[in-house]
Design a protein around this ligand. Structure first.
Ligand code: GLN
Length: 487
């Protein structure tokens, strides 16, 4: 094993700062790993080794001048739903297979200013719709812990690549769980920030009232470092909130004595795997041992409705957002059409995969005259109730903890023919997006040899509390140090 393998961001930063290694050496080592591991993991849609080497050279010049930030010169990977100027951004869809954005997303501008090294664009479920990465129009990504299993979705490539050690961190997007679920399936830390915290400028829209970009990394500290770099106000995103960004690493002191933590019973759903339940309960006991005041009798009674609300709202927003792919403006165009209508119909027929079409149909139906009140409007009302329940809980508790998912990573193909089973994977993560609150998934043990995640939720703009609790737990356990045999 190379001494540069499986470093954390914080460790790599120290090596670069002390000039014990150059970004060029670090990047070359990771490019080699990508070449070695990609045939097993298939996490990347586009590899950008050349760009990475140029960025590494620039980072080395910066470091030589003494100008180094926490991510300067460190290899990272970007989900292929985030626009990168001059580099193909596909959303793992045939529709955007050859789309080269003329501009960078806000998060890319921020990462570049911090001296990022981009290793590639990560595979995903098409337009971020899915929980297993099997909805990619190109190929499925595999879980590095067991390549016969899924890495979770929709940010599966972002998770699998970091778990396999192809990069030290990555970015994903989370509309209903797409960062936290793959983090839990791949033994990583994954953060869904508060809605409005990270700019969505340049993020290809799925469901605009739910989408947020967030980081994956191997430790809480690394996650806080990436988050500190990408968070902040951006006037180009009208939902970006102008609130001062804290220093997200100053809260990492390991002391959670006296913190009030609630455990909502509704998240321990029927059919939850016993091994997952056991790991999560053990993790909660550990938080109590560390001095947190744990209340296991919390109830958030509208939780069971979150799934239905999400599968009305997200497809409704998607049906509107995806109307732009019409074969006229950009993206795939069906070649041999007789007239304008045929161009649009055939482009959408052949450009979109089955899950995307299912969502567009569901959303169009829910928004149509005569059904709007019964579906979309009703779902919005229930959304308000879910938000109120969370606000009430956060008056009493600093944080809520739950399982991230009811199961471990499942076998490839296992849920592919049953969309409802696939949707049910997200029962524990969806309410967070509906309420716009922040949540993190952290490694919390294993069941049948596969990773289990603990989800921590906090009130809006209180990511600090997530990091504080996550860090204390991480210091007291060594789950995050376990590596898949492949890495
Ligand atoms: N799995 C959920 C869905 O398919 C969530 C996806 C996401 O967060 N992007 O919609």
């Amino acid at each position: 094993m190379n001494q540069l393998d499986n470093l954390t961001v914080a460790q790599a930063h120290q090596l670069l700062k002390k000039r014990e290694v150059s970004s060029t050496d670090l990047t070359s080592a990771y490019i080699e790993r990508v070449e070695k591991l990609e045939s097993h993991v298939q996490a990347l849609v586009t590899r950008t080794a050349e760009v990475a080497m140029q960025q590494a050279a620039r980072a080395d010049e910066r470091i030589a001048r003494g100008d180094i930030q926490p991510l300067t010169g460190i290899p990272g990977i970007i989900k292929d739903v985030i626009c990168t100027k001059g580099i193909r951004t596909t959303c793992s869809s045939k529709m955007l297979e050859n789309f080269i954005p003329p501009y960078n997303a806000a998060v890319i501008e921020r990462l570049q200013a911090a001296g990022m090294v981009m290793m590639g664009k990560a595979n995903m479920d098409e337009f971020a719709m899915g929980s297993s990465n099997e909805n990619s129009a190109f190929f499925p990504t595999r879980n590095p812990w067991d390549i016969t299993r899924v890495p979770g979705g929709s940010s599966g490539g972002s998770a699998a690549s970091v778990a396999a050690g192809e990069a030290l961190y990555s970015l994903g997007s989370d509309t209903g769980g797409s960062i936290r679920l793959p983090a839990s399936f791949c033994n990583l830390v994954g953060l869904k920030p508060t809605y409005g915290r990270v700019s969505r400028y340049g993020l290809v829209a799925f469901a605009s009232s739910l989408d947020q970009i967030g980081p994956f990394a191997r430790t809480v500290t690394d996650t806080a470092l990436v988050f500190s770099t990408i968070a902040g106000y951006d006037e180009r995103d009208s939902t970006s909130v102008n609130i001062e960004a804290d220093n997200f690493t100053s809260c990492l002191d390991g002391d959670i004595r006296g913190m009030k933590i609630g455990v909502p019973g509704e998240y321990f759903v029927e059919g939850m795997q016993p091994g997952v339940k056991k790991a999560v309960e053990d993790a909660i006991n550990k938080l109590e041992e560390l001095g947190a005041v744990v209340d296991r009798s919390v109830s958030l009674p509208s939780t069971p409705y979150a799934l239905a609300v999400y599968y009305i709202l997200a497809p409704s927003e998607a049906s509107a957002n995806l109307a732009r792919y019409d074969g006229v403006k950009y993206g795939y165009v069906y070649p041999d059409s007789e007239n304008m209508w045929e161009v649009m119909e055939k482009t959408r027929e052949f450009g979109f995969g089955p899950e995307v079409k299912r969502r567009i149909m569901l959303g169009t139906y829910a928004l149509s005259a005569g059904y709007y009140d019964a579906y979309y409007l009703k779902a919005q009302k229930v959304r308000t109730i879910i938000c109120r329940e969370f606000s009430g809980a956060f008056e009493k508790y600093d944080a809520l903890v739950t399982p991230t998912a009811p199961c471990i990573a499942f076998k490839m193909g296992e849920k592919l023919d049953d969309p409802l089973q696939m949707y049910l994977t997200d029962v524990c993560t969806l309410p967070v997006n509906i309420a716009g609150i922040p949540a993190i998934s952290i490694p919390a043990g294993f069941s049948e040899g596969m990773p289990v995640g603990l989800q921590i939720m906090a009130k809006p703009f209180d990511e600090k509390t997530l990091f504080k609790i996550g860090y204390a737990y991480e210091q007291a356990t060594d789950w995050h140090k376990h590596m898949p045999a492949l890495a």
